[in-house]
Design a protein around this ligand. Sequence first.
Ligand code: SF4
Ligand code: SF4
Length: 262
Amino acid sequence: MDRIKKNFAFFKKCHAYETALELMEEGKFRHFGISFHDKTEVLEQILNEYPQIEVVQIQFNYADYDDPAVESRKCYEVCRKFGKPVIVMEPVKGGNLANLPQNAKSILEELHGGSPASYAIRFAAGFEGIMMVLSGMSDMAQMQDNISFMKEFQPLSDEELAAVRKVQEIFQSMNLIPCTSCRYCVAGCPKNISIPDLFAVMNTKQIYHDWNADYYYNVVHTGGEKGKASDCIKCGKCEKACPQHLAIRDLLKDVAGEFEKK
Ligand code: SF4
Ligand code: SF4
């Protein structure tokens, strides 16, 4: 059985959808939606089998738009095909599109103002059928920024879209690890490796050639109770939990090669 068929068989075996539908019939909730992280074919199967699903939440941002692992665009197109409104998660890709490398940041600065996050959120919100964009905000300034451009929302202009396309190209050329820092992988790791933090320092080094990344690797994110990338015993538990389907074991090998070389 291929992975997609196996995944769907697993969902069915759990009776998750049937249970949710029963609860809805009992009046426990009024609207039925799913949050989705998988290949487009699985989404098609789910929406075919469960037409009662009213809304779908997908990861959707300009960096993942055509990413083969995330398939933002393709998932969005499936939602449109089935007439399902879309809730966007990760519009700024775990903060990565708010903290751009300088060459990408300069492209957006040449426009007429607006934070890097504003372009990412407006990109996502500008598509037909987008019902809501969930942006994780961690302080008052981010909230005020979001409100400032979403209050009287304008989709990106052609000029802004062209600039975002250039930023997309820069990201594609950097070969970054597409980790969203959801941390689903961390709890089950027997070596207590802080996987998303190690991926973040790897990306930071790649983007900014930042010597501080070594400090963060050696002092902040490893040592004491926290395992190093090379402590990985390749049990694979983390990969089962990763909604981005990252080859975490191989990536940790790269991280160890970068930060633990003598
Ligand atoms: S494969 Fe490595 S990183 Fe993943 S859970 Fe096992 S020990 Fe931890
Ligand atoms: S589960 Fe995957 S995407 Fe989430 S933090 Fe871990 S490696 Fe990153």
